[in-house]
Design a protein around this ligand. Sequence first.
Ligand SMILES: NC(=O)c1ccc[n+]([C@@H]2O[C@H](COP(=O)([O-])OP(=O)(O)OC[C@H]3O[C@@H](n4cnc5c(N)ncnc54)[C@H](OP(=O)(O)O)[C@@H]3O)[C@@H](O)[C@H]2O)c1
Length: 301
Amino acid sequence: MKAIQFSEYGEPDVLKMVDIEEPHPGRGQVRVAVKAAGVNALDWKLRSGIMHDFMPVSFPSGVGFEASGIVDEIGEGVSGVSVGDAVFGIGSNTMAENAILTSWAHKPEDMSFEIAAGLPVVVETATRILDQVGSKAGETLLVSGAAGGVGTAVIQFARHRGMTVIGTASEGKHDYLRKLGAIPTVYGAGLAERVRELAPQGVDAALDLAGSGIIPELIELVGDAARVLSISDFTASEYGAQFSPDAQPHPERVFAETARLYSEGSFQLHLEKTFPLTQVGEAQTLSREGHVTGKLVVSVS
Ligand SMILES: NC(=O)c1ccc[n+]([C@@H]2O[C@H](COP(=O)([O-])OP(=O)(O)OC[C@H]3O[C@@H](n4cnc5c(N)ncnc54)[C@H](OP(=O)(O)O)[C@@H]3O)[C@@H](O)[C@H]2O)c1
């Protein structure tokens, strides 16, 4: 099968389209004929080598952690899914014609394969960090970096949980945040004053998605370091805030819930751009620039 791989750290030109043996699912896994795969910042971080001390790569390495597709092989011990079913989920080396998924849900008919491919990582992350930071109806949540993939999912789940959400993004994305249900403000100097004006009652919890070095400011705003959480600032715990690195064990429940909300019309995912499999490097370059709205997706077949 055709797959995207890299055999050394470097710029996007280390990414190659190669012909390799098809993978086969192990216990509790399925294999899909991939229709589309989601792009995540982790993809370029691993490829560039900047994550080497935390997550070293074994070469040659595939690319991609999420996909949608048609189930074409089923591993031992798997029930509730058949060959031919359309699914989406989390797995490994998903930028390829076939990929293994370790957790999945059925894709609703009214959801495109591209949207489905962009959902798994962001909905897993969003629901995990909302649980970890605490999310009660009636509370106010501040989200730094709210217009990207994770932010798009966080805003919507937090609103479903009855929270008021203040989200930061550059000015041109404020309508996008409003449509998702958040109160927008810009990031950068003066953030604390702007947030105090928008939330005179105070902010109960804060999520740092962008990793822009603002943990102390968020702790000051919330008044309780335990209710500040980052997914991209490794220094968060030095200040007493939480850092959340690991996926929840059974995200398939969240995938199914997302599918239900999507079909009801109460969850959406904006795709900024869809790339062909030959342009994974271009997709990673756009992701690395750091200003994606919603998600980027690679269409495989
Ligand atoms: N630990 C985990 O489990 C986990 C899971 C998923 C993702 N992550 C990490 O979390 C980060 C966010 O992921 P993502 O998928 O949401 O990324 P993304 O889609 O690439 O996020 C891009 C967004 O970041 C915003 N942004 C850029 N600079 C900013 C700043 N200084 N302050 C506030 N917002 C800023 C941009 O808004 P503007 O265009 O308006 O600037 C853009 O909309 C990535 O670093 C990713 O690797 C970690």
